[in-house]
Design a protein around this ligand. Structure first.
Ligand code: C5P
Length: 216
């Protein structure tokens, strides 16, 4: 028996990498598996929360409201709808920094005379920053996947993105980051010393995070 300590809380979790359309059959994407976000949603559900999972990856997870999205623009639109009523936002999605400037309405054909094909990209909005700037009393959690200067970069994100907490991990480290079932996280919170947790399963990271949240 798990005590439903998050009962009555409306929690939004975003998961997976955005897929930025090039044409009706192709996209630009990234390697995010969505596992960290799905674990966050699963544990919040188990603790009795009302969970909305906004995801670009298919998941069997039951007992949560699922909103499927592909692009950063769709993710932003879904969050604009859901965030005002939420108590917590866990922004685990790997949002593409850029999207194709135009999306072709038909499948782009190969040109036999061209060996180089150029796609012009335009910046996606920073969704976390934009949405968190509208917060009333929501608790906002961002992620930082870094390959170097982990703490410096994560600290900057904490301040620039209006987040209450940043969960940072070094994706260059064995057992941490994309596609694996484990993660080694550092939790950063304003006016607190960063706290580094041991390597553990993503589900255990989620349990540790929700324990931390419940102590706030
Ligand atoms: O800036 P960076 O991509 O490293 O920041 C990571 C955090 O910001 C994650 O929580 C991610 O979901 C969020 N993010 C966002 N919109 C972007 C880029 C990142 O919400 N365009």
């Amino acid at each position: 028996f798990i005590e439903p300590k998050l009962k009555g809380k409306k929690i939004i979790v975003t998961a997976g990498g955005t897929k930025e359309a090039i044409d009706p059959v192709r996209y630009i994407g990234n390697r995010s598996s969505g596992k960290m976000g799905i674990a966050m949603a699963q544990v919040a559900r188990d603790l009795g929360a009302d969970v909305t999972l906004i995801t670009s990856v298919k998941t069997e997870l039951s007992g949560v409201n699922k909103i499927e999205i592909q692009t950063a623009d769709e993710l932003m639109a879904a969050l604009r709808q859901e965030f005002p009523q939420a108590d917590v936002l866990v922004m685990a999605a790997a949002v593409a920094d850029f999207k194709p400037m135009t999306v072709a309405d038909q499948k782009i054909k190969k040109n036999p005379n061209e060996d180089i094909f150029t796609i012009k990209l335009t910046k996606n909005p920073d969704i976390l920053k934009t949405i968190a700037a509208t917060k009333t009393n929501q608790f906002v959690v961002g992620f930082a996947a870094e390959t170097q200067n982990l703490l410096d970069n994560a600290e900057k994100k904490l301040n620039s993105k209006n987040a209450d907490v940043i969960l940072a991990n070094n994706v260059a480290q064995a057992g941490a980051g994309f596609g694996v079932d484990t993660n080694k996280m550092t939790l950063l919170q304003k006016n607190h010393t960063p706290e580094t947790w041991p390597l553990m399963s993503k589900v255990d990271v989620a349990k540790k995070f929700w324990d931390f949240y419940l102590q706030q």
